[in-house]
Design a protein around this ligand. Sequence first.
Ligand code: ZN
Length: 69
Amino acid sequence: MSNEEYVSPENCPLCNKANDCGNLSNSNKPCWCMDEKFTFPESLLNQVEVAAKNKACICKPCALKHKAR
Ligand SMILES: [Zn+2]
C-alpha cells in the first residue's frame, strides 16, 4: 500500500496551505471558487500537478496572485 499518489483535498497543490474549499466543509455555503469573479486560466491550472488535478482546489491567495500578474 502506497500513499505516494495521495493528494490532500484540503491543501492547495501550489503552496500546500489550507485551500479553504467550501465544497469540503459540511456547511451549505458555496466555495469561494464558485464565485464568477474568480477565473482559473489554463496557465494557472497547468501549474497543478497531474496527480492533484480535480482533487485539490487551488487556494484563494494563489488564484489572486496569478491574476495580479
Ligand atoms: Zn495556494
